[in-house]
Design a protein around this ligand. Structure first.
Ligand code: LRH
Ligand code: MN
Length: 424
């Protein structure tokens, strides 16, 4: 399904007067409004190919219908999101869930929807039907060298798919670890994993990056061989300048200070980027900003401060990706909400009065420092994000448009109600 520019213009005409009132008010309060809008227009968040269908848990999966049946239909759905919010212009593929067969056709299809391919993801956390050796006891860490070799070959395969699609990064998340004390020699597991990553690193084209994603637990529940930011950074530093640490917001132990981790990884020039989601307990993969919106703002506050300190291009120099799973919500509505939450947190971080904040910090004026952050967090910037969307050709109210045009119903008519998309 493709959405015409004309339909979006009709939608915006109806909402414009109310939007303009809200925007003119907030814009009158923000001297640097035009540069903020420009940065929002340039900002883009990659959509995961594995989160366009209904997710589930071991207890059940309740498909919502109209799910994409192929990589082509997944690209179409991301194209739909991008047409509505003009901030979802790339798709992150997971292999083998989404193996591109005809690269040229896939590239034409994506380009015709204004999309490009972001980081590609390998998968050595499941055994595939025609696979020789099992990853039951891990992949790159495995005590069996043949199994490590098989996993290395898979990752190089994924790089080759990515090269054909113009991707510039490989994300490696390993479910490797142990579930009981004594099961694993931690030192050997680390060294096997590092040796294996060195072989994968050697296969990276010169202009590529490798993102090492860490996770505290699940599916192993005693140790994970890339269990936290320190372990991931250890690998990244030992591998070389093309290796970075990827922060999935749901991969931390309870109450971890993620914004401090982000500040330090940026300081070290080793922050790959993000898998954005939200969580209350574990790796819940919930809608971004739906549980801890202040934490999301604090993370973007550190990002803007750190990126400016390093002269990084906000939109280009880090990997901005969503990694969520939709158990009870329409996947496309959920992704629209997640992108909106990210854009609002970024807009807020762009408006933090950094001079006032640094003065308060230098004089240990804790209250003043807190007031600077909370004042921005409590400022409603939805009209600013909407204005950027409008100027970029998007819809003023993406979810409203999605519902008014009964898009899910049309997708169900076109694709049926029973099919399950590949992915989580
Ligand atoms: C692991 C993870 C990883 C993906 C998977 C789909 O929890 O976050 O990024 O490969 O989800
Ligand atoms: Mn992830």
């Amino acid at each position: 399904m493709r959405i015409s520019k004309n339909t979006i213009d009709l939608h915006n005409e109806k909402l414009y007067a109310a939007h303009k009132r809200k925007f003119d008010f907030i814009a009158s309060e923000i001297p640097q409004i035009e540069s903020v809008i420009q940065q929002l227009i340039e900002f883009n968040v990659a959509i995961p190919s594995w989160a366009l269908g209904t997710g589930g848990t071991r207890f059940g999966r309740f498909s919502g219908g109209g799910e994409p049946r192929s990589i082509e239909e997944k690209i179409e759905d991301v194209g739909l999101l991008h047409a509505l919010n003009q901030s979802s212009g790339s798709i992150s593929l997971h292999i083998p869930w989404d193996i591109p067969k005809d690269y040229a056709a896939i590239l034409n299809h994506a380009t015709s929807l204004g999309l490009r391919f972001d980081a590609v993801n390998s998968n050595t956390f499941q055994d595939q039907p025609n696979q020789q050796l099992s990853y039951k006891f891990g992949s790159l860490q495995n005590v069996n060298g043949k199994i490590r070799k098989q996993a290395i070959a898979h990752n190089i395969d994924v790089i080759n798919h990515g090269i054909e699609l113009g991707s510039k990064a490989l994300t490696v998340w390993l479910s490797d670890g142990s579930s009981f004390p004594g099961q694993l020699n931690f030192r050997k597991a680390f060294q096997h994993t590092l040796e294996s990553l060195h072989e994968i690193y050697a296969a990276l084209p010169a202009d590529w990056k490798i993102f090492i994603e860490y996770k505290a637990f699940e599916p192993n529940f005693y140790s994970m061989t890339v269990g936290d930011w320190g372990q991931s950074l250890l690998y990244a530093n030992k591998l070389g300048p093309k290796a970075y640490t990827l922060v999935d917001l749901g991969h931390h132990l309870p109450n971890a200070n993620i914004e401090q981790i982000v500040a330090l990884l940026l300081m070290e020039g080793k922050l790959a980027g993000f898998h954005f989601n939200d969580s209350k307990y574990g790796d819940d993969d919930l809608t971004v900003g739906s549980i801890k919106p202040y934490q999301l703002f604090l993370i973007f506050n550190e990002l803007v401060e750190g990126m400016n300190a390093h002269g990084l291009n906000h939109a280009q120099d880090l990997g901005w990706m969503i990694d969520a799973s939709h158990n009870v919500k329409d996947p496309l509505e959920d992704l629209l909400q997640s992108v909106e939450a990210i854009m609002i947190a970024y807009a807020q971080a762009l408006l933090v009065d950094r001079t006032k904040l640094s003065e308060a910090q230098s004089s240990n004026d804790v209250v003043a420092a807190q007031e600077v952050l909370q004042d921005t967090f409590r400022t409603d910037l939805r009209a600013v994000v909407a204005e950027a969307r409008l100027r970029a050709g998007g819809a003023l109210d993406p979810i409203g448009f999605y519902r008014d045009h009964a898009i899910r119903e049309s997708l169900i008519k076109e694709r049926g109600s029973k099919n399950n998309a590949t992915g989580l």
